[in-house]
Design a protein around this ligand. Structure first.
Ligand SMILES: [Cu+2]
Length: 165
């Protein structure tokens, strides 16, 4: 009986958490992301990105965020965000080009954002960057979907590509 109970618990735990994939990215006082690529495995239905600011400088001096868009939207979204101010984490409110984003953090702080991979399409290039004014030319990288095609991500993408009514 004990085995059955433990087995049931393990099964439930696996169902509840299996497809949320954690990723961590570090941002520094010298205006860099320590990772220039983040890989998302195809089994991930959701991604939870933790931005960690490894430095000591406060948010109003060297604050960083993590913003995900299509690669072709990076410059326009960064420019639109510049005028939004620190209070809006340098993101234009309601900017539909932003797929996922954290708030701005200062040294020693973390921020977390979770998003669904269902909105990511195969064959499209995605990039992340920091939208603090002047940072995106230094602070950007690629979010890469692993190409294996039999996962839940691939099925989600197929649905997303179906003709819209
Ligand atoms: Cu930054």
């Amino acid at each position: 009986m004990k085995y059955l109970t433990l087995g049931a618990l393990l099964f439930l735990a696996r169902v509840a958490t299996a497809d949320v994939c954690p990723l961590t990215i570090n941002a520094t006082d010298d205006m860099r992301f320590e990772q220039d690529t983040l890989q998302v495995e195809t089994r991930c239905t959701d991604v939870e990105v933790t931005l960690h600011h490894t430095g000591r400088l406060p948010a109003n001096i060297m604050g960083h965020n993590w913003v995900l868009t299509k690669t072709g939207d990076v410059a326009a979204v960064a420019n639109a965000g510049m005028g939004a101010g620190l209070a809006n984490s340098f993101q234009r409110p309601g900017d539909a080009r932003i797929i996922a984003a954290t708030k701005i953090v200062g040294g020693g702080e973390n921020a977390v954002v979770k998003f669904s991979t269902a909105q990511l399409e195969r064959g499209v290039s995605y990039s992340y960057f920091c939208s603090a004014p002047g940072h995106f030319s230094m602070m950007k990288g690629r979010l890469v979907l692993n190409a294996a095609s039999t996962s839940s991500v691939a099925r989600n993408v197929d649905r997303a590509e179906a003709p819209k009514p």
